[in-house]
Design a protein around this ligand. Sequence first.
Ligand code: NAG
Ligand code: NAG
Ligand code: NAG
Ligand code: NAG
Length: 278
Amino acid sequence: MLAVCLLTFITALTTAAPTSTPNPTPEPPNGIRQCARSECPVYTELADYGLDMWKRRIEPGVWARKVAPTCNRTTAIGLVYMDIHYYFRDNGINRTTPIMMEVSENKAAPSFCPDQSESFPCCDEIYALLFYIPAVSQATAPPPSKDSGVELVHMEDPREFYGITLGGRPVNENVTANYNQLSKYLDEQGIRFDDDAFLVASYDAPWRPQPHRNEILIPIKKPCRRHDGNDGIANPKDGQENETDQGLDGVRGREAGHGGRRQRRNVDYLPNIDLIPF
Ligand SMILES: *[C@@H]1O[C@H](CO)[C@@H](O)[C@H](O)[C@H]1NC(C)=O
Ligand SMILES: *[C@@H]1O[C@H](CO)[C@@H](O)[C@H](O)[C@H]1NC(C)=O
Ligand SMILES: *[C@@H]1O[C@H](CO)[C@@H](O)[C@H](O)[C@H]1NC(C)=O
Ligand SMILES: *[C@@H]1O[C@H](CO)[C@@H](O)[C@H](O)[C@H]1NC(C)=O
């Protein structure tokens, strides 16, 4: 028995050691190294603007999403991360990369929120976390329990984004600087973009080898459509007027509330998503 164990151990060691014919690293489907290690959403590159800025289409797919029930950016991700993680684990669904944090203006709040309120769901901004469901599991992923607060978001149409890639840790100051660089570039080019929502995508856990990859994605401005406008993500709450978590999929709050557009968000609101152990 011991011999068998030892042999197994040695075999394992041998397998792990570099050999003269190492397994070739799989080719990433989209040129992003992290997407060879872990499945990514399907991307189509539409433009390269230089200086790590680009335009991309994210092809249809299914995402698990949970809104953080807080207005506090610092605590937002920590509140919901494990709920989505457990959904994957408990259903035998493999994790993917990146995880995305969605920051969006809370357009739905005004109908029942006081003017000045710092408690959820009356926050100025809504924070949500998104994990991509791997392609093989998209058709079979079971509905998350109500208690978990996790929802499956079926993105049925492709979505286009302007983006910028950054390394290091996706901490506030770097994210803010990069958001500003991208939005300034788009402004200078006369490119319109959606300035009330953005995503921060993070591809590497802190313990992964450098270089790390993060991205800031700004949605492409959509023509203003009314309630029936389907802009891609079919939210299970579609049809309800009082939802508080429209996130990236809503244009319908624009006419209601606040009496027009607000000023550009101050992106210093970002949480530190570097703490996430994936
Ligand atoms: C947000 O949460 C952090 C961590 O719990 C806390 O230190 C901070 O004071 C909170 N901020 C606000 C505005 O409540
Ligand atoms: C999860 O990933 C492992 C390793 O790549 C693979 O062998 C397995 O089939 C995957 N499981 C599912 C449910 O996709
Ligand atoms: C911010 O970005 C710069 C340039 O990519 C990098 O050198 C630095 O380490 C980053 N800061 C943090 C805290 O990650
Ligand atoms: C929306 O809010 C109104 C008034 O607060 C309430 O009567 C109605 O039931 C709510 N609708 C939904 C779908 O929650």
